[in-house]
Design a protein around this ligand. Structure first.
Ligand code: NAD
Length: 249
């Protein structure tokens, strides 16, 4: 559905899934406000703002730019910090705090800051993860942040329904972003690592950023008018099985 009068805010839009989301909206004629720590690429019809979503000043810059854009029909909370690896025994307090601030607290506070610009019928889409549904060893902070975002999505859906707003989330599996592809290339055995990633999914491949963007777009659209509080896996069947893609044993 193309509606040039619509505006969308996408956080973490400089690369990866966020960039694909911004590109899809721009292609479909939306006014796009892309926010990121570094300036997102310049797309047609797109405004860009350099902002850290975990700071009040960064969020204020986004709100100001969104107001100048003329309103927001869809907010996509996509930005995330994925750099604090560590188990429950050794994750640093600093890494834990940064992860929770960016991945969980910022979506709450940015949504709250923008709520006056969201008309009835507007939608929020949070980008969670399969790691918000299940945990991975050695990734405690990220697991906790995305698990929190999953249930925050439900809380937002309930609390914002009286305002006429819908809130849903996607839970992507492994997606072929620059960062994921780089981690495959830099591993000791790239071919095996890629195969291992692919085998996590029933469809035996990585997803593409575009495939996540398309579901985000749907959840933000009128086509999903009776959906709120839903967590939609975009994971090639990874979570369909309790044994990772039902690989025969
Ligand atoms: P990415 O690291 O490639 O891109 C994230 C972007 O967010 C970067 O441009 C980064 O600069 C920006 N960002 C980080 N912290 C920010 C902050 N404080 N303020 C503003 N911008 C900030 O990540 P990606 O792989 O494209 O992931 C996008 C989303 O999808 C994230 O929420 C991630 O958790 C989720 N996800 C990704 C995968 C995957 O396989 N790539 C799987 C499941 C979920």
């Amino acid at each position: 559905m193309t509606d040039a009068s619509n505006g969308v805010v996408v956080t973490g839009a400089a690369r990866g899934i966020g960039r694909a989301i911004a590109e899809l909206y721009a292609e479909r004629g939306w006014r796009v406000l892309s926010a990121d720590l570094s300036l997102p690429p310049n797309l047609r019809g797109q405004r860009r703002v350099k902002a850290d979503v975990s700071t009040a000043a960064g969020r204020e810059r986004i709100v100001r730019a969104a107001r100048e854009m003329g309103g927001v029909q869809v907010l996509v909370n996509n930005a995330a910090f994925q750099g604090a690896h560590g188990s429950v025994l050794d994750v640093s307090e600093r890494g834990w705090a940064r992860t929770l601030n960016v991945n969980l607290t910022a979506p709450l506070l940015l949504t709250r800051a923008l709520v006056d610009l969201l008309p009835r019928g507007a939608a929020v889409v949070n980008v969670a993860s399969v790691q918000g549904l299940f945990a991975e060893p050695g990734n405690a902070a990220y697991n906790a942040s995305k698990g929190g975002l999953v249930n925050l999505t439900r809380a937002m859906a309930l609390d914002l329904a009286p305002h006429g707003l819908r809130v849903n989330a996607v839970a992507p599996g492994a997606i072929s972003t620059e960062a994921v592809l780089q981690s495959i290339t830099e591993s000791d055995d790239p071919e095996q690592t890629r195969q291992d990633y692919e085998d996590l999914h029933a469809l035996r491949r990585l997803g593409t950023p575009r495939e996540v963007a398309q579901v985000v777009y749907f959840l933000g659209s009128e086509e999903a008018a009776f959906m709120t509080g839903a967590i939609v896996p975009v994971d090639g069947g990874m979570t369909a099985s309790f044994m990772m893609a039902g690989r025969p044993v």
